[in-house]
Ligand binder design. Structure first.
Ligand SMILES: NC(=O)CCC(=O)C(=O)O
Length: 269
């Protein structure tokens, strides 16, 4: 399975239409991949909070139609990163989307943990409320988005949903790059999944993004890692590594049915 991580910036002086054209060119140039992945909220720019409402679209809006068309054109699975989704009641969500090579939207995930630290996301966006996985020729694919990396409980839900490959679009700042590396590796090892994490780069709203998009296998081996530059990072991976790891080292079988049933003794208030 050949993966292309398209790591890009969303400079404030670039009109969204021009950015879309630029990204479409990069996606076309990655057409030999089986899976192409974009970062979180790349069209608007994660830190361009004042533009969220302006750029929000329903799931049947023109941006997703265009991404579906790009998937069909390239003949690859295209994870379009995430976009600001406008729900029928007017609320906004940070929704990640996966298209199959025919251009059909086969999976979507709305970010469950919206971020509030030096970020207006938690004020502006409604959290998602469910997870799922979709069968592909490479294994069952699920997604989480950026800050969700900090919540292992959510990742266990992905395992329960059957996930073998987890795609993580992100806009993770350079200031916490060590955490990015730590969590992408930790989640891959503890959940025995292939983590495919595509970060943004450049500077937005005065925040420097970390880049270093990466692919990590269930043993914690970093199969590919970008630098901070824009461009495509390629990774060849045998997706059979997930079932093989789970069979050789079946730690997930040792999970308790519910940790809430454990007695907590001597808890401090
Ligand atoms: N886009 C995000 O969710 C940023 C998350 C982040 O910066 C962090 O968890 O640290």
């Amino acid at each position: 399975m050949k993966i292309a991580l398209v790591q890009i910036g969303s400079p404030e002086d670039e009109p969204v239409a021009a950015r879309f054209d630029r990204v479409a060119g990069l996606v076309r140039s990655a057409a030999s991949a089986d899976l192409i992945v974009l970062p979180e909220l790349w069209a608007t720019g994660y830190f361009a909070f004042d533009d969220y409402a302006r750029d929000a679209e329903p799931a049947d809006g023109p941006s997703l139609a265009r991404l579906g068309e790009l998937a069909r054109e390239t003949g690859a699975y295209l994870h379009g990163g995430s976009f600001v989704e406008r729900l029928p009641d007017g609320a906004l969500r940070n929704t990640a989307v996966l298209f199959d090579p025919t251009g059909e939207l086969v999976h979507s995930y709305s970010k469950v943990h919206v971020f509030g630290y030096q970020s207006k996301e938690a004020q502006l966006l409604k959290p998602g409320d469910h997870v799922s996985a979709v069968a592909t020729p490479f294994g069952a694919v699920a997604g989480t988005t950026c800050y969700d990396l900090r919540f292992p409980e959510l990742w266990r839900c992905l395992v329960d949903a059957g996930a073998e490959i987890v795609i993580v679009p992100a806009a993770w700042p350079a200031a916490r790059l060590a955490h990015w590396r730590l969590f992408t590796t930790a989640r891959a090892v503890e959940d025995q999944v292939l983590v495919v994490a595509c970060n943004a780069t450049g500077t937005q709203g005065g925040v420097e993004l970390g880049g270093h998009s990466r692919v990590v296998d269930p043993w914690g081996t970093v199969l590919a890692e970008a630098g901070t530059e824009e461009g495509i990072t390629w990774c060849d991976v045998d997706p059979g590594v997930v079932p093989a790891t789970r069979e050789q080292f079946p730690v997930l079988d040792d999970r308790l049915p519910s940790y809430r049933e454990l007695t907590i003794r001597g808890a401090h208030a």
